[in-house]
Ligand binder design. Structure first.
Ligand code: HEM
Length: 479
Protein backbone atom coordinates (compact mmCIF):
# COMPACT_ATOMS: atom_id res chain seq x y z
CA UNK A 1 0.00 0.00 0.00
CA UNK A 2 2.82 2.41 0.92
CA UNK A 3 4.57 1.50 -2.37
CA UNK A 4 1.47 2.38 -4.32
CA UNK A 5 1.02 5.69 -2.48
CA UNK A 6 4.71 6.59 -2.90
CA UNK A 7 4.52 5.87 -6.62
CA UNK A 8 1.37 7.95 -7.02
CA UNK A 9 2.92 10.96 -5.26
CA UNK A 10 6.03 10.59 -7.39
CA UNK A 11 4.08 10.23 -10.62
CA UNK A 12 1.84 13.25 -9.93
CA UNK A 13 4.76 15.34 -8.61
CA UNK A 14 2.55 16.35 -5.69
CA UNK A 15 2.41 15.61 -1.96
CA UNK A 16 -1.40 15.82 -1.81
CA UNK A 17 -3.59 14.21 -4.46
CA UNK A 18 -7.24 13.44 -5.09
CA UNK A 19 -7.53 9.74 -5.93
CA UNK A 20 -11.12 10.13 -7.15
CA UNK A 21 -11.85 6.41 -7.06
CA UNK A 22 -15.04 5.58 -9.00
CA UNK A 23 -15.92 9.29 -9.20
CA UNK A 24 -15.73 9.64 -5.43
CA UNK A 25 -13.29 12.27 -4.07
CA UNK A 26 -10.71 10.79 -1.73
CA UNK A 27 -7.55 12.73 -0.88
CA UNK A 28 -4.25 11.37 0.33
CA UNK A 29 -1.41 13.51 1.64
CA UNK A 30 2.17 13.15 2.82
CA UNK A 31 2.55 16.94 2.95
CA UNK A 32 3.92 18.27 6.24
CA UNK A 33 2.23 21.66 5.70
CA UNK A 34 -1.19 20.16 4.99
CA UNK A 35 -1.00 17.73 7.89
CA UNK A 36 0.02 20.59 10.19
CA UNK A 37 -2.92 22.67 8.90
CA UNK A 38 -5.44 19.87 9.51
CA UNK A 39 -4.12 19.25 13.04
CA UNK A 40 -3.82 22.89 14.05
CA UNK A 41 -5.16 26.06 12.39
CA UNK A 42 -7.64 24.13 10.19
CA UNK A 43 -8.70 21.82 13.04
CA UNK A 44 -12.33 23.04 13.23
CA UNK A 45 -12.87 22.53 9.48
CA UNK A 46 -12.28 18.77 9.70
CA UNK A 47 -13.65 15.89 11.74
CA UNK A 48 -13.65 12.10 11.80
CA UNK A 49 -16.79 12.14 9.69
CA UNK A 50 -19.74 9.74 9.49
CA UNK A 51 -18.22 7.24 7.06
CA UNK A 52 -15.16 6.77 9.19
CA UNK A 53 -17.18 6.41 12.37
CA UNK A 54 -19.44 3.76 10.81
CA UNK A 55 -16.42 1.68 9.84
CA UNK A 56 -14.87 1.75 13.31
CA UNK A 57 -18.04 1.86 15.44
CA UNK A 58 -17.87 -1.93 15.98
CA UNK A 59 -14.54 -1.58 17.77
CA UNK A 60 -14.11 1.97 19.02
CA UNK A 61 -17.82 2.71 19.60
CA UNK A 62 -18.37 5.97 21.44
CA UNK A 63 -14.79 6.23 22.74
CA UNK A 64 -12.45 9.21 22.49
CA UNK A 65 -10.81 8.09 19.22
CA UNK A 66 -14.16 7.82 17.45
CA UNK A 67 -16.02 10.96 18.48
CA UNK A 68 -15.97 14.65 17.58
CA UNK A 69 -17.06 17.99 18.97
CA UNK A 70 -18.77 18.07 22.38
CA UNK A 71 -18.69 14.32 22.99
CA UNK A 72 -14.93 14.18 22.22
CA UNK A 73 -14.28 17.28 24.33
CA UNK A 74 -15.99 15.66 27.32
CA UNK A 75 -13.98 12.45 26.89
CA UNK A 76 -10.75 14.41 26.66
CA UNK A 77 -11.59 16.57 29.66
CA UNK A 78 -12.29 13.48 31.78
CA UNK A 79 -9.17 11.62 30.60
CA UNK A 80 -6.68 14.50 30.69
CA UNK A 81 -5.97 14.66 34.46
CA UNK A 82 -5.06 10.97 34.40
CA UNK A 83 -2.18 11.74 32.03
CA UNK A 84 -0.76 14.59 34.10
CA UNK A 85 3.02 14.46 34.58
CA UNK A 86 2.93 13.19 38.17
CA UNK A 87 0.66 10.26 37.25
CA UNK A 88 2.59 9.10 34.19
CA UNK A 89 5.90 9.50 36.03
CA UNK A 90 5.00 6.67 38.40
CA UNK A 91 8.13 4.80 37.40
CA UNK A 92 7.36 2.05 39.96
CA UNK A 93 4.42 0.94 37.83
CA UNK A 94 6.65 0.62 34.75
CA UNK A 95 9.44 -0.93 36.84
CA UNK A 96 7.29 -3.73 38.31
CA UNK A 97 6.11 -4.85 34.89
CA UNK A 98 9.43 -4.35 33.07
CA UNK A 99 11.13 -6.54 35.68
CA UNK A 100 8.78 -9.42 34.83
CA UNK A 101 9.87 -9.29 31.17
CA UNK A 102 13.54 -9.14 32.15
CA UNK A 103 13.04 -12.17 34.42
CA UNK A 104 11.38 -14.14 31.59
CA UNK A 105 14.34 -13.31 29.36
CA UNK A 106 16.93 -14.13 32.03
CA UNK A 107 15.32 -17.52 32.61
CA UNK A 108 14.88 -18.37 28.93
CA UNK A 109 16.94 -21.05 27.17
CA UNK A 110 20.21 -19.24 26.30
CA UNK A 111 20.43 -21.12 22.99
CA UNK A 112 16.85 -20.33 22.00
CA UNK A 113 14.96 -17.21 21.02
CA UNK A 114 11.77 -15.47 22.11
CA UNK A 115 9.06 -13.59 20.25
CA UNK A 116 9.70 -10.20 21.82
CA UNK A 117 6.75 -8.58 20.07
CA UNK A 118 4.44 -10.93 21.96
CA UNK A 119 6.28 -10.20 25.23
CA UNK A 120 5.98 -6.45 24.64
CA UNK A 121 2.26 -6.74 23.89
CA UNK A 122 1.89 -8.49 27.25
CA UNK A 123 4.07 -5.90 29.01
CA UNK A 124 2.10 -2.96 27.64
CA UNK A 125 -1.33 -4.48 28.30
CA UNK A 126 -0.40 -5.44 31.87
CA UNK A 127 1.00 -1.98 32.57
CA UNK A 128 -1.92 -0.18 30.93
CA UNK A 129 -4.51 -2.33 32.70
CA UNK A 130 -2.89 -1.55 36.05
CA UNK A 131 -2.77 2.15 35.15
CA UNK A 132 -6.33 2.29 33.81
CA UNK A 133 -8.28 -0.33 35.81
CA UNK A 134 -6.10 -0.59 38.88
CA UNK A 135 -5.94 -4.31 38.14
CA UNK A 136 -3.11 -6.08 36.34
CA UNK A 137 -4.39 -8.49 33.67
CA UNK A 138 -1.20 -10.40 34.43
CA UNK A 139 -0.76 -11.77 30.94
CA UNK A 140 3.02 -11.93 31.51
CA UNK A 141 2.43 -14.78 33.94
CA UNK A 142 1.24 -16.93 30.99
CA UNK A 143 -1.13 -18.67 33.39
CA UNK A 144 -4.08 -17.69 31.27
CA UNK A 145 -3.19 -18.27 27.68
CA UNK A 146 -6.59 -17.07 26.60
CA UNK A 147 -4.67 -13.83 26.15
CA UNK A 148 -3.60 -14.99 22.69
CA UNK A 149 -7.26 -14.99 21.66
CA UNK A 150 -7.57 -11.42 23.02
CA UNK A 151 -4.47 -10.27 21.10
CA UNK A 152 -5.64 -11.97 17.92
CA UNK A 153 -9.12 -10.47 18.20
CA UNK A 154 -7.58 -7.02 18.77
CA UNK A 155 -5.40 -7.44 15.69
CA UNK A 156 -8.09 -9.02 13.48
CA UNK A 157 -10.66 -6.34 14.18
CA UNK A 158 -8.11 -3.65 13.23
CA UNK A 159 -7.33 -5.53 10.01
CA UNK A 160 -11.07 -5.64 9.28
CA UNK A 161 -11.32 -1.86 9.76
CA UNK A 162 -8.40 -1.32 7.41
CA UNK A 163 -10.10 -3.54 4.81
CA UNK A 164 -13.28 -1.50 5.16
CA UNK A 165 -11.22 1.64 4.64
CA UNK A 166 -9.75 0.27 1.43
CA UNK A 167 -13.19 -0.68 0.12
CA UNK A 168 -14.46 2.83 0.90
CA UNK A 169 -18.22 3.29 0.56
CA UNK A 170 -18.69 -0.28 -0.66
CA UNK A 171 -17.68 -2.11 2.50
CA UNK A 172 -21.26 -2.63 3.82
CA UNK A 173 -22.06 -4.65 0.67
CA UNK A 174 -19.54 -7.30 1.65
CA UNK A 175 -20.93 -7.50 5.17
CA UNK A 176 -24.59 -7.42 4.15
CA UNK A 177 -25.45 -10.72 5.83
CA UNK A 178 -22.92 -10.75 8.63
CA UNK A 179 -21.11 -8.08 10.59
CA UNK A 180 -17.59 -9.53 10.39
CA UNK A 181 -16.59 -7.87 13.64
CA UNK A 182 -19.04 -9.82 15.85
CA UNK A 183 -16.74 -12.74 16.78
CA UNK A 184 -13.79 -10.50 17.60
CA UNK A 185 -15.99 -8.16 19.64
CA UNK A 186 -17.21 -11.07 21.76
CA UNK A 187 -13.66 -12.16 22.63
CA UNK A 188 -12.55 -8.62 23.53
CA UNK A 189 -15.62 -8.01 25.67
CA UNK A 190 -15.00 -11.30 27.47
CA UNK A 191 -11.78 -9.77 28.82
CA UNK A 192 -12.88 -6.23 29.54
CA UNK A 193 -16.51 -6.49 30.64
CA UNK A 194 -15.95 -8.21 34.01
CA UNK A 195 -13.70 -5.30 35.05
CA UNK A 196 -16.23 -2.73 33.90
CA UNK A 197 -19.15 -4.46 35.61
CA UNK A 198 -17.17 -4.66 38.84
CA UNK A 199 -16.29 -0.96 38.71
CA UNK A 200 -19.97 -0.08 38.24
CA UNK A 201 -20.90 -2.33 41.16
CA UNK A 202 -18.26 -0.77 43.45
CA UNK A 203 -19.42 2.70 42.47
CA UNK A 204 -23.01 1.76 43.31
CA UNK A 205 -22.01 0.43 46.72
CA UNK A 206 -19.97 3.54 47.46
CA UNK A 207 -22.92 5.73 46.57
CA UNK A 208 -25.19 3.73 48.86
CA UNK A 209 -22.71 4.21 51.70
CA UNK A 210 -22.48 7.93 50.91
CA UNK A 211 -18.77 7.65 49.99
CA UNK A 212 -17.21 9.70 47.20
CA UNK A 213 -14.33 8.98 44.84
CA UNK A 214 -11.23 11.16 45.12
CA UNK A 215 -9.98 11.73 41.54
CA UNK A 216 -6.39 12.09 42.85
CA UNK A 217 -6.41 8.63 44.34
CA UNK A 218 -8.63 6.52 42.11
CA UNK A 219 -8.00 4.74 38.82
CA UNK A 220 -9.27 5.98 35.48
CA UNK A 221 -12.01 3.31 35.44
CA UNK A 222 -13.17 4.15 38.98
CA UNK A 223 -13.40 7.80 38.02
CA UNK A 224 -15.18 7.01 34.75
CA UNK A 225 -17.75 4.96 36.65
CA UNK A 226 -18.68 8.13 38.57
CA UNK A 227 -19.51 9.88 35.28
CA UNK A 228 -21.68 7.13 33.78
CA UNK A 229 -23.04 3.71 34.74
CA UNK A 230 -23.51 2.69 31.12
CA UNK A 231 -21.40 -0.45 30.60
CA UNK A 232 -21.19 0.10 26.81
CA UNK A 233 -19.86 3.66 27.17
CA UNK A 234 -17.37 2.61 29.87
CA UNK A 235 -16.13 -0.32 27.81
CA UNK A 236 -15.74 1.77 24.67
CA UNK A 237 -13.73 4.41 26.47
CA UNK A 238 -11.43 1.85 28.08
CA UNK A 239 -10.89 -0.05 24.84
CA UNK A 240 -10.02 3.15 23.01
CA UNK A 241 -7.32 4.02 25.52
CA UNK A 242 -6.14 0.41 25.70
CA UNK A 243 -5.73 0.37 21.90
CA UNK A 244 -3.95 3.71 22.01
CA UNK A 245 -1.65 2.50 24.80
CA UNK A 246 -0.93 -1.12 23.93
CA UNK A 247 -0.27 -1.53 20.24
CA UNK A 248 1.60 1.73 19.75
CA UNK A 249 4.12 1.20 22.54
CA UNK A 250 4.52 -2.47 21.55
CA UNK A 251 5.34 -1.31 18.02
CA UNK A 252 7.88 1.20 19.31
CA UNK A 253 9.70 -1.32 21.54
CA UNK A 254 9.67 -4.11 18.90
CA UNK A 255 11.18 -1.85 16.26
CA UNK A 256 13.84 -0.48 18.62
CA UNK A 257 14.99 -4.04 19.36
CA UNK A 258 14.87 -4.97 15.68
CA UNK A 259 17.06 -1.97 14.88
CA UNK A 260 19.45 -2.80 17.75
CA UNK A 261 19.76 -6.31 16.30
CA UNK A 262 20.76 -5.00 12.87
CA UNK A 263 22.80 -2.04 14.17
CA UNK A 264 25.05 -3.39 16.98
CA UNK A 265 27.03 -0.12 16.94
CA UNK A 266 23.89 1.78 17.97
CA UNK A 267 23.13 -0.76 20.69
CA UNK A 268 26.70 -0.41 22.04
CA UNK A 269 26.46 3.36 22.18
CA UNK A 270 23.04 3.34 23.87
CA UNK A 271 24.29 0.82 26.42
CA UNK A 272 27.44 2.81 27.16
CA UNK A 273 25.34 5.90 27.84
CA UNK A 274 23.12 3.99 30.27
CA UNK A 275 26.05 2.40 32.12
CA UNK A 276 27.83 5.71 32.38
CA UNK A 277 24.83 7.65 33.63
CA UNK A 278 22.92 5.08 35.65
CA UNK A 279 25.26 2.12 36.09
CA UNK A 280 24.48 -1.57 35.70
CA UNK A 281 22.30 -1.72 38.84
CA UNK A 282 21.19 1.89 39.18
CA UNK A 283 17.58 3.01 39.06
CA UNK A 284 16.03 5.29 36.46
CA UNK A 285 14.73 8.56 37.91
CA UNK A 286 12.99 11.52 36.29
CA UNK A 287 16.32 13.41 36.61
CA UNK A 288 18.74 10.89 35.09
CA UNK A 289 16.21 10.09 32.33
CA UNK A 290 16.76 13.60 30.97
CA UNK A 291 20.46 12.81 30.52
CA UNK A 292 19.79 9.82 28.26
CA UNK A 293 20.06 11.89 25.11
CA UNK A 294 21.33 9.14 22.82
CA UNK A 295 18.57 6.74 23.89
CA UNK A 296 16.04 9.49 23.17
CA UNK A 297 17.60 9.92 19.71
CA UNK A 298 17.19 6.14 19.15
CA UNK A 299 13.51 6.38 20.10
CA UNK A 300 12.99 9.38 17.81
CA UNK A 301 14.77 7.76 14.90
CA UNK A 302 12.79 4.53 15.36
CA UNK A 303 9.50 6.46 15.42
CA UNK A 304 10.58 8.46 12.37
CA UNK A 305 11.14 5.34 10.27
CA UNK A 306 8.53 3.07 11.86
CA UNK A 307 5.96 5.50 13.11
CA UNK A 308 3.59 3.36 15.23
CA UNK A 309 0.52 5.00 13.69
CA UNK A 310 1.41 5.14 9.98
CA UNK A 311 -1.76 6.92 8.81
CA UNK A 312 -4.79 8.79 10.07
CA UNK A 313 -7.91 10.15 8.43
CA UNK A 314 -10.22 13.15 8.65
CA UNK A 315 -13.19 14.43 6.60
CA UNK A 316 -14.02 17.99 5.62
CA UNK A 317 -17.33 19.10 7.18
CA UNK A 318 -20.27 20.67 5.33
CA UNK A 319 -18.09 23.33 3.64
CA UNK A 320 -15.18 23.00 1.27
CA UNK A 321 -11.67 23.88 2.48
CA UNK A 322 -8.66 25.40 0.76
CA UNK A 323 -5.50 23.69 1.89
CA UNK A 324 -2.54 26.10 2.12
CA UNK A 325 0.45 26.03 -0.24
CA UNK A 326 2.18 22.65 0.01
CA UNK A 327 5.58 22.06 1.66
CA UNK A 328 8.81 22.49 -0.27
CA UNK A 329 8.84 18.95 -1.72
CA UNK A 330 7.06 20.12 -4.88
CA UNK A 331 5.92 23.56 -3.69
CA UNK A 332 2.42 23.27 -5.18
CA UNK A 333 -0.17 26.10 -4.96
CA UNK A 334 -3.11 26.04 -2.48
CA UNK A 335 -5.56 23.24 -3.20
CA UNK A 336 -9.35 23.02 -2.85
CA UNK A 337 -11.07 20.16 -1.02
CA UNK A 338 -14.84 19.75 -1.49
CA UNK A 339 -17.24 19.34 1.50
CA UNK A 340 -17.65 15.90 3.15
CA UNK A 341 -14.46 14.56 1.62
CA UNK A 342 -11.99 12.26 3.36
CA UNK A 343 -8.27 12.92 3.50
CA UNK A 344 -5.85 10.19 4.53
CA UNK A 345 -2.59 11.46 5.92
CA UNK A 346 0.39 9.23 5.61
CA UNK A 347 3.00 10.16 8.26
CA UNK A 348 4.91 7.04 7.30
CA UNK A 349 5.90 8.57 3.95
CA UNK A 350 6.22 12.12 5.28
CA UNK A 351 8.79 11.02 7.86
CA UNK A 352 10.81 9.24 5.14
CA UNK A 353 10.55 12.08 2.63
CA UNK A 354 14.02 12.82 1.21
CA UNK A 355 13.08 16.42 0.43
CA UNK A 356 12.53 16.99 4.15
CA UNK A 357 15.08 14.64 5.71
CA UNK A 358 17.90 14.48 3.17
CA UNK A 359 19.09 11.79 0.79
CA UNK A 360 19.75 9.37 3.69
CA UNK A 361 16.14 9.68 4.89
CA UNK A 362 15.57 5.96 4.85
CA UNK A 363 18.68 5.06 6.81
CA UNK A 364 18.56 4.44 10.54
CA UNK A 365 20.90 7.08 11.97
CA UNK A 366 20.13 8.19 15.54
CA UNK A 367 23.09 10.58 15.31
CA UNK A 368 21.15 12.75 12.86
CA UNK A 369 19.23 14.09 15.89
CA UNK A 370 22.45 15.79 17.08
CA UNK A 371 23.01 17.54 13.75
CA UNK A 372 22.48 21.30 14.41
CA UNK A 373 21.00 21.76 10.93
CA UNK A 374 18.35 19.11 11.54
CA UNK A 375 17.68 20.37 15.05
CA UNK A 376 17.06 23.82 13.60
CA UNK A 377 14.80 22.37 10.89
CA UNK A 378 12.68 20.36 13.34
CA UNK A 379 12.39 23.18 15.87
CA UNK A 380 11.34 25.69 13.20
CA UNK A 381 8.94 23.19 11.61
CA UNK A 382 7.98 20.47 14.14
CA UNK A 383 5.30 19.27 11.71
CA UNK A 384 7.84 17.15 9.83
CA UNK A 385 8.09 14.81 12.82
CA UNK A 386 4.76 14.12 14.50
CA UNK A 387 4.57 10.52 15.69
CA UNK A 388 2.28 11.72 18.51
CA UNK A 389 0.28 14.09 16.25
CA UNK A 390 -0.14 17.74 17.22
CA UNK A 391 -2.84 20.31 17.98
CA UNK A 392 -5.98 19.89 20.13
CA UNK A 393 -6.20 16.16 19.39
CA UNK A 394 -2.60 15.20 20.01
CA UNK A 395 -1.67 12.04 21.87
CA UNK A 396 -2.63 12.15 25.53
CA UNK A 397 -0.25 9.33 26.36
CA UNK A 398 3.00 10.71 24.88
CA UNK A 399 4.84 11.04 28.21
CA UNK A 400 3.41 7.78 29.51
CA UNK A 401 4.69 5.97 26.38
CA UNK A 402 8.14 7.57 26.46
CA UNK A 403 8.56 6.87 30.19
CA UNK A 404 7.45 3.28 29.80
CA UNK A 405 9.72 2.65 26.79
CA UNK A 406 12.73 4.39 28.35
CA UNK A 407 12.46 2.56 31.64
CA UNK A 408 12.11 -0.78 29.90
CA UNK A 409 15.08 -0.17 27.60
CA UNK A 410 17.29 0.94 30.51
CA UNK A 411 16.50 -2.26 32.43
CA UNK A 412 17.00 -4.37 29.29
CA UNK A 413 20.36 -2.90 28.32
CA UNK A 414 21.62 -3.14 31.89
CA UNK A 415 21.14 -6.91 31.62
CA UNK A 416 21.72 -7.78 27.94
CA UNK A 417 24.36 -6.66 25.46
CA UNK A 418 23.61 -8.53 22.23
CA UNK A 419 20.49 -9.08 20.19
CA UNK A 420 20.23 -11.07 16.97
CA UNK A 421 17.35 -12.07 14.74
CA UNK A 422 16.62 -15.81 14.85
CA UNK A 423 16.48 -16.39 11.11
CA UNK A 424 15.01 -19.90 11.57
CA UNK A 425 11.86 -18.47 13.12
CA UNK A 426 11.66 -14.92 11.77
CA UNK A 427 9.14 -14.60 8.94
CA UNK A 428 11.10 -13.03 6.06
CA UNK A 429 9.62 -10.16 4.09
CA UNK A 430 7.57 -11.63 1.21
CA UNK A 431 9.72 -9.92 -1.42
CA UNK A 432 12.84 -11.68 -0.10
CA UNK A 433 11.29 -15.07 -0.87
CA UNK A 434 10.55 -14.17 -4.46
CA UNK A 435 13.31 -12.27 -6.29
CA UNK A 436 10.81 -11.24 -8.97
CA UNK A 437 8.79 -9.12 -6.56
CA UNK A 438 9.29 -5.44 -7.28
CA UNK A 439 11.18 -3.90 -4.33
CA UNK A 440 9.85 -0.44 -5.07
CA UNK A 441 13.30 1.07 -5.58
CA UNK A 442 12.05 3.35 -8.29
CA UNK A 443 10.63 5.72 -5.68
CA UNK A 444 13.48 8.12 -5.15
CA UNK A 445 11.65 10.68 -3.03
CA UNK A 446 9.88 8.78 -0.34
CA UNK A 447 9.34 5.66 1.26
CA UNK A 448 10.07 2.18 0.24
CA UNK A 449 13.70 1.59 -0.65
CA UNK A 450 14.39 0.14 2.81
CA UNK A 451 12.73 -2.97 1.42
CA UNK A 452 16.12 -3.96 0.04
CA UNK A 453 17.60 -4.25 3.55
CA UNK A 454 14.58 -5.07 5.75
CA UNK A 455 14.83 -8.38 7.61
CA UNK A 456 11.34 -8.32 9.10
CA UNK A 457 7.97 -8.25 7.38
CA UNK A 458 6.56 -4.81 8.28
CA UNK A 459 2.79 -4.78 8.36
CA UNK A 460 -0.02 -2.70 9.73
CA UNK A 461 -3.67 -2.86 10.64
CA UNK A 462 -4.36 0.48 12.36
CA UNK A 463 -1.01 0.40 14.17
CA UNK A 464 2.15 -1.10 12.66
CA UNK A 465 3.41 -4.52 13.70
CA UNK A 466 5.82 -7.23 12.57
CA UNK A 467 4.21 -10.11 10.72
CA UNK A 468 4.95 -13.40 12.50
CA UNK A 469 6.40 -11.60 15.54
CA UNK A 470 9.99 -10.58 16.32
CA UNK A 471 12.15 -13.63 17.08
CA UNK A 472 15.26 -12.53 18.91
CA UNK A 473 18.24 -14.31 20.49
CA UNK A 474 19.88 -12.33 23.27
CA UNK A 475 23.03 -12.55 25.32
CA UNK A 476 23.33 -11.69 29.01
CA UNK A 477 25.76 -8.89 29.66
CA UNK A 478 28.96 -9.96 31.38
CA UNK A 479 29.38 -6.82 33.46
C1 HEM B 1 4.69 5.22 21.06
C2 HEM B 1 3.50 5.31 21.52
C3 HEM B 1 2.38 6.15 20.99
C4 HEM B 1 2.24 6.79 19.79
C5 HEM B 1 3.24 6.83 18.65
C6 HEM B 1 0.95 7.45 19.79
C7 HEM B 1 0.45 8.21 18.74
C8 HEM B 1 -0.79 8.82 18.75
C9 HEM B 1 -1.32 9.58 17.64
C10 HEM B 1 -0.62 9.83 16.31
C11 HEM B 1 -2.55 10.02 18.02
C12 HEM B 1 -3.52 10.87 17.15
C13 HEM B 1 -4.41 9.96 16.38
C14 HEM B 1 -5.24 10.67 15.34
O1 HEM B 1 -5.39 11.88 15.41
O2 HEM B 1 -5.78 9.99 14.48
C15 HEM B 1 -2.80 9.54 19.35
C16 HEM B 1 -3.95 9.79 20.06
C17 HEM B 1 -4.18 9.33 21.35
N1 HEM B 1 -3.29 8.61 22.14
FE1 HEM B 1 -1.43 8.01 21.61
N2 HEM B 1 0.34 7.20 20.98
C18 HEM B 1 1.17 6.41 21.74
C19 HEM B 1 0.93 5.93 23.02
C20 HEM B 1 -0.18 6.23 23.77
C21 HEM B 1 -0.40 5.77 25.11
C22 HEM B 1 0.57 4.92 25.90
C23 HEM B 1 -1.63 6.23 25.51
C24 HEM B 1 -2.36 6.05 26.79
C25 HEM B 1 -1.92 5.44 27.86
C26 HEM B 1 -2.17 7.01 24.40
C27 HEM B 1 -3.38 7.65 24.40
C28 HEM B 1 -3.90 8.36 23.34
C29 HEM B 1 -5.23 8.93 23.34
C30 HEM B 1 -6.24 8.87 24.48
C31 HEM B 1 -5.40 9.55 22.09
C32 HEM B 1 -6.65 10.28 21.57
C33 HEM B 1 -6.54 11.76 21.75
C34 HEM B 1 -7.77 12.50 21.22
O3 HEM B 1 -8.40 12.06 20.27
O4 HEM B 1 -8.06 13.54 21.80
N3 HEM B 1 -1.26 6.99 23.36
N4 HEM B 1 -1.71 8.81 19.78
Amino acid sequence: MMDTFAELFEECKATTINLRILWVDKYITMDSGHIKYIYNSGFSKFWRGHTQKEMTECFLGSGILNRDDEEWKTHRMIARPFFATDRVSDLDLFERNAQKVIDIMLNADPKGSLDLEDLFARLTVDTASEFLFGENLNTLSYTNDGFRSFTNAFMDIQALIRRRNLLGNFWPLLELFKDQSEGHKKVIRGWVDPLVVRAVQIQKEMKEKGQTVNPDECTFLEYLATTTQDVDVLRDQLLNILLAARDTTTALLSHVIYLFAVHPDVLKKAREEILELIGSEGVLTAENMRGLKYLRAVLNETMRLFTPLPMSIRDTRDSGVTLPRSDATYDSPPMYMPPKTPILFVFYLMQRNKALWGSDAEEFKPDRWFDPELQQKVSSNPAIFTPFASGPRNCLGQNYALNEATLFLVRLLQRFDEFAIDERKQLPPPWKKDPNVDTGLKNPRSGTSRKEIERIWPAFAIVIHINGGLWIRFKKASE
